[in-house]
Design a protein around this ligand. Structure first.
Ligand code: UD1
Length: 416
């Protein structure tokens, strides 16, 4: 998918089902490396990042096959201790292979990770945590080489910030380490809790996942398992906002409304009518949203990955909103693109001032990352005339059937 062309002005109506979370399934795929044998993941989305992670696993000797929404992974007795450098550079989630390979092989070689361009995204907390467990690292011509000559051991780790990736990397290493690991100031994201649930099913001893202190009692070996991936709250939230920005009514099914509590509260504050059921959310958008102030924070705060889509909604609010980005130092490239569509938005440091305009006008814009691309499509659904979102392959990294799902709810939209 190179570009998405759409014509705005049609209120979306209908329902859309979401699949498993990108930010969970990629980690679950890595977690399978902890136990040789036959694993099955259910509710797996058909997205590019899953394909790339499949290639990463293939490189270390695991074999993925897909049937419908189920992904089967055959993990060898001895996975290779080196991740494919180019792929790790392309996808940040693959850095988790470090913890898994150190736990299984006592050594690991990976490239320093890349990922979306949100400013510096260091991995110092990942490395500090693993070092505290007995790993040693050295950087050799851009390749990070890790080893745990005497094996990994449990310890007391306090993260500077509740980093999702650092918590996960330490968790993957700790489940097979000797003794007890405490992870303090741990991330509490639902995708991480889901990873812990999968590991527990594999035989790991983990307490406190979903709270700020996770306690892991290392075990000698784990077994393969079946696990159904937690629904994608970002996909759910994006479709809810797509309905809202068009003044339509969208029901998102197969999701967990509780995982979007803060985001739904802010949609409600913006004048949307939000109702939830046990596994569905219905959002009706107002003619013109009300302005809302918000700050992104780790879960259960407003998710940074919902920020661009929310700014798209607020760009047509009747008033001025203030958004503060607390997770990344910069993820504002999409603002210039929204500006080309007539939005009046200014970023100053971590703060974004969104002065609502009455109308947006369609034009060609650059969908520079997954959520930026989604936000620009949402803006296009509201805009007059045709919008063309280029670099749309980013959207395919994180959304399964994005264009088809929006078209099924009445959008005039095509992928090229
Ligand atoms: C994950 C998600 C990403 C989401 C983010 C925050 C995946 C594949 N990606 O990314 O979509 O936006 O959580 O919810 O799950 N940091 C450091 N040092 C570290 C680690 C992180 O300074 O060692 C900083 C990062 O630069 C960033 C902040 O901490 O500013 C949060 O990062 P983190 O929670 O680790 O995000 P990811 O796990 O990379």
């Amino acid at each position: 998918m190179q570009q998405i062309r759409l014509v705005g002005g049609r209120p979306l109506q209908g329902s859309v089902a979401v699949l498993g979370a990108k930010n969970a399934v990629l980690k679950h795929m890595v977690a399978t490396l902890l136990a040789p044998g036959h694993h099955v993941l259910g509710n797996v989305p058909r997205i590019l990042d899953v394909t790339v992670m499949g290639e990463v696993l293939h490189h270390v000797g695991a074999f993925c096959t897909r049937e419908g929404n189920e992904l089967t992974i055959e993990v060898p007795e001895e996975p290779l201790a080196e991740a494919p450098l180019e792929m790790v550079r392309r996808m940040r989630a693959s850095i988790l292979i470090l913890g898994a390979l150190l736990a299984r092989r006592g050594e690991a070689r990976v490239a320093l990770p890349g990922g979306d361009d949100f400013g510096a995204r260091p991995i110092d907390m990942h490395l500090d945590g693993l070092e505290a467990m007995g790993a040693e690292f050295r950087l050799n011509h851009g390749v990070l080489e890790g080893s745990a000559p005497d094996g990994l051991h449990g310890t007391d780790i306090a993260l500077d910030f509740p980093s999702v990736g650092a918590t996960e990397n330490v968790l993957l290493a700790a489940v097979l380490a000797t003794g007890t690991t405490l992870i303090r100031n741990a991330a509490r994201e639902p995708e991480l809790t889901d990873l812990a649930e999968m590991l527990i099913r594999m035989g790991a001893k983990i307490e406190g996942a979903g709270t700020s202190t996770i306690e892991v009692h290392g075990v000698a070996a784990l077994q393969p398992t079946y696990h159904r991936v937690v629904p994608d709250r970002l996909e759910a939230g994006t479709y809810a906002l797509a309905g809202a920005i068009t003044g339509g009514t969208v029901t998102v099914t197969n999701c967990v409304p509780d995982h979007l509590r803060m985001e739904l509260r802010k949609m409600n504050d913006a004048g949307c009518v939000v109702t939830t059921n046990i596994d569905s959310i219905t959002v009706s958008g107002p003619d013109r949203p009300s302005p809302v102030d918000l700050a992104t924070l780790p879960f259960p705060g407003f998710h940074t990955d919902m920020h661009p889509q929310m700014v798209a909604l607020l760009s047509v609010a009747a008033g001025t909103s203030l958004l503060t980005e607390n997770v990344y130092e910069s993820r504002f490239r999409y603002i210039g693109e929204l500006g080309r569509m007539g939005a009046d938005i200014h970023a100053d440091g971590q703060h974004v001032v969104v002065r609502g305009v009455e109308t947006l006008s369609g034009c060609e814009v650059d969908g520079c990352d997954i959520r930026a691309g989604a936000a620009l499509v949402l803006a296009g659904l509201r805009a007059d005339g045709e919008t063309v979102v280029t670099e749309a392959h980013h959207i395919a990294r994180g959304y399964d059937g994005f264009v088809a799902k929006l078209a099924a709810m009445g959008a005039s939209i095509q992928a090229h």
